[in-house]
Design a protein around this ligand. Structure first.
Ligand code: OAD
Length: 264
């Protein structure tokens, strides 16, 4: 079936909904969305691994996104996250985020969203997120005593080398971003909730992830093993593609509004 993109989509492209997806989406009572950085790409938030534009082509994750990097140079890590938070706060949810929020509000379906993204664009589109597997940019906490912090990032329009992190209101320690760094544990309960949602769903859409970071990358396999119909939405091939029963080579902001519009 061919759906036409509305004004929120990219141009007047025609988006072909693959094989069984529309029928499965119409009849499923439990749908699970597994989203990654590609979900927010059309909001202007760079992904991590896309050629040329991916953040990890310009920045070294080992210098920015590990507990060791934080201990060695907290000002450098804080400055980088302040820049990313500024990018996110200046961005708007795209047509893909908005379509998922609409789908979640439909009667007769329980749609859960599990994201690796640390932005808040699903929520700002009006959707509820079951699990932020890699934490949230905005859940600031003390790097010493773990107390939640009411501090905020400064506005940073270009990446800068160093900025002083705020001091914890409780103990004076350096306040850190609420994201999960390489080598750290996922937020308590988040992965358990994600596994349960993926395994209980009849339909799982894996949107905009390279499928390279574990344990999030295991979720499509677990869903497929539990009997879900797994569909990848990604303009390029990824580690998820082989597991998926169907692949839809379209972007999030093309595919999701086309699908939700077609639900009728
Ligand atoms: P990646 O940057 O690894 O992958 C992004 C994926 O999105 C790629 O497969 C792209 O082809 C796809 N993509 C790009 N534009 C898209 C669009 N408009 N619509 C749909 N898909 C698009 O991002 P993640 O898989 O999310 O972790 O990365 C996983 C984790 O690695 C991140 O959460 C982060 C990073 O290191 C931490 O920081 C802990």
């Amino acid at each position: 079936m061919t759906a036409h993109l509305g004004p929120a989509g990219e141009g007047a492209a025609r988006v072909e909904i693959p094989g069984q997806l529309l029928e499965r989406a119409r009849t499923a009572t439990r749908v699970c969305i597994l989203s990654g950085a590609g979900m927010s790409a059309e909001s202007g938030i760079p992904t991590f691994r896309d050629v040329q534009v991916g953040l990890w082509e310009r920045f070294d994750p080992m210098e920015l996104a590990t507990p060791e990097a934080w201990r060695a140079d907290p000002e450098q890590a804080w400055a980088w996250y302040a820049w990313r938070a500024s990018l996110v706060s200046g961005a708007q949810p795209n047509a893909g985020h908005l379509a998922l929020a609409r789908w979640q509000q439909r009667d007769g379906v329980e749609l859960t969203i599990v994201t690796q993204n640390v932005d808040d664009l699903h929520e700002r589109a009006g959707a509820q997120v079951l699990a932020h597997l890699h934490g949230s940019l905005y859940a600031l906490r003390c790097s010493e005593c773990e107390a939640p912090s009411g501090a905020a990032y400064p506005q940073v329009d270009e990446p800068v080398a160093h900025l002083d992190p705020p001091a914890c209101e409780e103990c004076g320690g350096a306040v850190r971003p609420g994201v999960v760094w390489f080598g750290e544990a996922l937020p308590e309960g988040a992965f358990y909730d994600a596994v349960e949602a993926a395994q209980q769903a009849e339909l799982v859409l894996v949107v905009g992830t390279s499928g390279l970071v574990h344990p999030a990358a295991t979720l499509p396999y677990l869903a497929a093993a539990a009997g879900a119909h797994v569909v990848e939405i990604n303009p390029r091939e990824s580690e998820v593609s082989e597991t998926a029963h169907e692949v839809w080579r379209a972007t999030a902001a093309q595919a999701l509004p086309a699908l939700v519009d077609a639900l009728g």
